[in-house]
Design a protein. Structure first.
Length: 249
């Protein structure tokens, strides 16, 4: 077997090499447009500092990081299908705010689940998800929700998420990440069509696209799930990324 003990560690228990593996895995998992998120820049350090018990790492017998989940605790009293359309950005900010205000939390939110490249296709995402479910039960949380970023959506940036999430090939759900969660017992709640907001000047977007921008309109960017809207006259462009709210009961 790839690993025998299925050992989980928190971030504070990782050594320098494991932390480097963790950081590199995050960079490799997402396109530049996601890494430019102002919410990540403003809040991520506090996720790791405030919620160490919810940053869970699966480590192999030889000490390699296999997979991990970054998650955050927050309070939610409404119906799950009423979770905000701002999705990922909202959940990260809400968790930080609830912590800093001392608000009692009742929900665990998955921010990202990543399996390192060498360990894909071996069932490790299920191991991570099952561990998160255990944490939810141990902590007495009422909800476990994730605004998921479908793996192959960037291949179809012009397709609406409402269509994409039901898209089937050979009679099975096309997107492997949606498929994994549904097989694991997740329920689709709704679309959060403003899950991540990235914005900036024309110069900012030219740096990401690696090309000059001379006209206003919608631009498709490598790795983006939907087009970026550019307004040359206003020297401004913005990207609202669609995700899908799911829940594990």
């Amino acid at each position: 077997m790839l690993f025998m003990s299925k050992q989980f560690k928190m971030l504070s228990a990782l050594n320098a090499n494991q932390i480097e593996q963790y950081r590199n895995a995050v960079v490799n998992a997402f396109p530049e447009i996601v890494r430019k998120s102002p919410v990540i820049a403003a809040y991520w350090e506090r996720v790791e500092r405030y919620f160490p018990e919810y940053q869970l790492f699966l480590v192999s017998d030889d000490g390699d990081i296999v997979a991990f989940i970054n998650s955050i605790a927050f309070s939610w009293e409404g119906e799950l299908d009423e979770l905000p359309r701002e999705g990922w950005d909202w959940m990260l900010i809400k968790g930080i705010s609830d912590y800093e205000q001392g608000i009692q939390v009742n929900s665990l939110g998955g921010l990202q689940i990543i399996v390192r490249q060498d360990y894909l296709g071996q069932g490790n995402s299920k191991v991570i998800i099952d561990k998160a479910k255990e944490v939810v039960k141990e902590r007495g949380f009422e909800n476990f929700v994730i605004p998921i970023r479908p793996t192959y959506k960037h291949r179809h940036p012009q397709m609406k998420m409402s269509e994409y999430m039901h898209y089937r090939v050979n009679d099975k759900i096309y997107d492997p990440w949606i498929r994994t969660h549904l097989k694991g017992g997740a329920e689709i709640l709704n679309i959060c069509d403003r899950a991540m907001h990235v914005y900036g000047s024309i110069n900012f977007w030219e740096g990401i696209m690696k090309q000059p921008i001379t006209q206003s309109g919608k631009y498709v960017i490598d790795g983006a799930l939907c087009p970026v809207q550019i307004d040359v006259e206003k020297d401004y462009g913005e990207y609202f990324e669609d995700n899908i709210w799911i829940s594990y009961r």
